[in-house]
Design a protein around this ligand. Structure first.
Ligand SMILES: N[C@@H](CCC(=O)N[C@@H](CS)C(=O)NCC(=O)O)C(=O)O
Length: 237
């Protein structure tokens, strides 16, 4: 059995899509990062970075239990386990990897920082907010250009699309005001991916997780929120 530790956020959503696409049996264990559940010693043993998602597969390579953190690595793991959504060999394998890595190294960090400065930073950070908005826009431009020439990021629908799709959902699209009116090729791809039954199942699952996360966000102490955001007493001196 596979256990996915996570919550409602995009890095978890991408793994949920892959699990739903492949039909692998799994259970979702909610980790309430807003309450600091990722700071327990048990969780740190699974992921020293103390972030979700983490996947534990009781039936890993050699029949042994296997624990994987970092959502991109989890997607590679599941693709290799099932032989699906990433070619086993050939140039296309690296095309898939390149787009997954672009999401992991570029889209994830830049969108994450933009969220931070837009929603959580104290006033007076206009420079940072503007810088990350520019970075986000730049990645949307890259996606739109690629998706003007192809239906999917790599040759066929793959883990690369699963990695990027959650970052083009919901409020991410609304942050920029005009983003919803720009990038027609990216939005056409978004609609294509969203229409997939597995993606629809992920969305239904996430609606429930979003509701649970909202309750937590509104109920945690300032101290716990500061630890999550790395500020106040938790800021590096
Ligand atoms: N690069 C990591 C990022 C994971 C990540 O940022 N997880 C967030 C939620 S989306 C988290 O667990 N944050 C809790 C914390 O930083 O304390 C991945 O893709 O798995």
């Amino acid at each position: 059995m596979i256990t996915l530790y996570g919550m409602s956020t995009p890095n978890v959503q991408k793994v949920l899509i892959m699990l739903e696409e492949t039909g692998l049996p799994y259970r979702l264990q909610r980790v309430d990062v807003w309450k600091g559940e990722n700071y327990t010693p048990e969780f740190a043993r699974m992921n020293p970075v103390r972030k979700v998602p983490v996947l534990v597969d009781d039936d890993g390579p050699g029949g042994k239990s296997c624990t994987v953190f970092e959502s991109g690595a989890i997607l590679f793991y599941l693709a290799e386990k099932t032989g699906r959504f990433m070619p086993r060999e050939g140039a296309d394998r690296y095309t898939v990897m390149q787009w997954v890595m672009m999401q992991m190294a570029g889209i994830g960090p830049m969108f994450g920082q933009y969220t931070h400065y837009k929603y959580y930073a104290p006033p007076g950070n206009e420079y940072s907010e503007s810088r990350y908005k520019t970075q986000v826009t730049r990645f949307f431009e890259v996606l739109d250009t690629r998706l003007a020439e192809a239906d999917y990021l790599a040759t066929d629908y793959s883990i690369a699309d699963m990695a990027v799709f959650p970052w083009t959902r919901d409020r991410n699209a609304k942050w920029g005001g005009t983003w919803e009116q720009q990038f027609p090729h990216m939005w056409a791809w978004h609609a294509r991916v969203k229409a997939r039954p597995a993606v629809q199942r992920m969305i239904a699952l996430c609606d429930k997780l979003v509701a649970d996360d909202a309750v937590s966000i509104n109920s945690v102490t300032v101290e716990i929120k500061d630890r999550f955001l790395g500020r106040g007493a938790f800021a590096a001196k």
